[in-house]
Ligand binder design. Structure first.
Ligand SMILES: *Cc1c(COP(=O)(O)O)cnc(C)c1O
Length: 351
């Protein structure tokens, strides 16, 4: 028994989410993006579960992250390194059989002149972030074809806005790239891109956040929570009408309420913007957070479920009841930031 906050990572649910996304596009390879330590949930455990579920293709940001996944997912998995190679890492790519994603002309030059494994080409179709220019000359394209890429890819700017015309514009630009590499598999969709229909799936999809229970999928796509975040009640007490709660007195009680203070705060990655807006769930009952989020604590109104509010009881802040995107919205952010921001003090438990 510990008082510290817990994140129970539900690897079975993550594998189920991968199967759900995989079933959306039969005949298309469904990869898994496990960068940033699988969005904070533990890349080794997550990759191992996905590998067992049938996933053979993984994406990470850095070669260092790829080594963790290689160890967990085994020799046969293909691992793409999104942020590109750097001189001095070439032996690493070769020895660990990593696939470098080349997204600049400097990357391509570096790769052409070094002993290496396989590579992919990432084209920029509208993001202005990382990517080779989409309007290359035929000669440049011929040079790139000589690198024998195993994948050509691009990344959607606003996949989470299905009606945004930029999606169709990027698809059109990407079709031209795919046509220039007729023998090479192509990939455009991240999680939300998987919901945009068949025309966006190409040969391989690259979901990340949806595997962990995030994104806003259409009605027919049922995702399960990838993680349950729980905090422990440290104390319960009566708050008197007219008194204030927490730093700055940011909440004034209009009547007597039963309060419970839990051990979870911004040091654990809960944004301060969640003050007066977040909800904790006690035995399935929603309990509003009153006042500010402090470093190690928050105070909840437990009046409506006071019989469950005992020191040592667990309060859910992410999970079946506390939906990731709803909690993130209450903090003025996205599921991406809330998940990857969970602090090192949150004990990861695997189930
Ligand atoms: C992070 C990332 C993904 C995964 O995005 P999600 O929105 O989490 O599904 C896919 N492709 C690229 C290039 C990425 O950087």
């Amino acid at each position: 028994m510990t008082l510290m906050p817990h994140a129970t990572v539900m690897t079975g649910n993550i594998a189920d989410n991968w199967r759900t996304l995989d079933a959306l596009h039969p005949g298309t390879t469904t990869a898994a993006v496990v960068k940033a330590d699988a969005y904070g949930l533990g890349a080794a455990r997550v990759a191992r579960s996905l590998r067992i579920a049938g996933c053979q293709t993984f994406f990470v940001a850095y070669a260092e992250e790829a080594l963790v996944v290689r160890k967990a997912a085994g020799k046969a998995a293909r691992i793409f390194v999104l942020n590109g190679p750097v001189r001095g890492e070439m032996a690493l790519y070769r020895d660990a059989d990593l696939t470098a994603v080349l997204s600049s002309e400097a990357h391509a030059k570096l790769w052409a002149n070094a002993p290496k494994g396989s590579c992919a080409l990432h084209f920029d179709t509208g993001m202005n972030r990382l990517g080779l220019p989409a309007d290359m000359t035929e000669k440049d394209l011929a040079d790139l074809r000589r690198l024998q890429p195993v994948l050509v890819m691009s990344h959607l700017v606003s996949a989470d806005e299905p009606d945004n015309p930029v999606n169709a514009a990027q698809r059109k630009a990407f079709n031209e790239i795919a046509d220039a590499f007729p023998d090479t598999p192509a990939s455009l969709a991240n999680s939300s891109g998987c919901y945009l229909g068949k025309g966006f799936a190409y040969d391989l999809t690259r979901p990340g956040l949806a595997l962990y229970g995030g994104t806003e999928p259409p009605e027919k796509v049922k995702l399960k929570p990838g993680v349950m975040l729980e905090a422990t009640i440290l104390a319960t007490f009566k708050g008197r009408a007219g008194t204030q709660v927490g730093y700055g007195g940011a909440y004034t009680l209009s009547e007597d309420r039963m309060l419970a203070t839990v051990g979870l705060g911004y040091a654990d990655g809960i944004p301060r913007a969640g003050a007066n807006r977040l909800t904790g769930w006690l035995q399935g009952n929603p309990c509003p957070v009153l006042g500010r989020v402090s470093m190690d604590m928050m105070t909840l109104d437990v009046t409506d479920c006071a019989k469950h509010a005992k020191p040592g009881a667990r309060v859910e802040f992410l999970g079946e009841n506390a939906k990731l995107e709803a909690q993130a919205a209450a903090c003025g952010t996205l599921g991406y930031e809330l998940l990857t921001g969970l602090g090192p003090r949150v004990q990861r438990v695997y189930r």
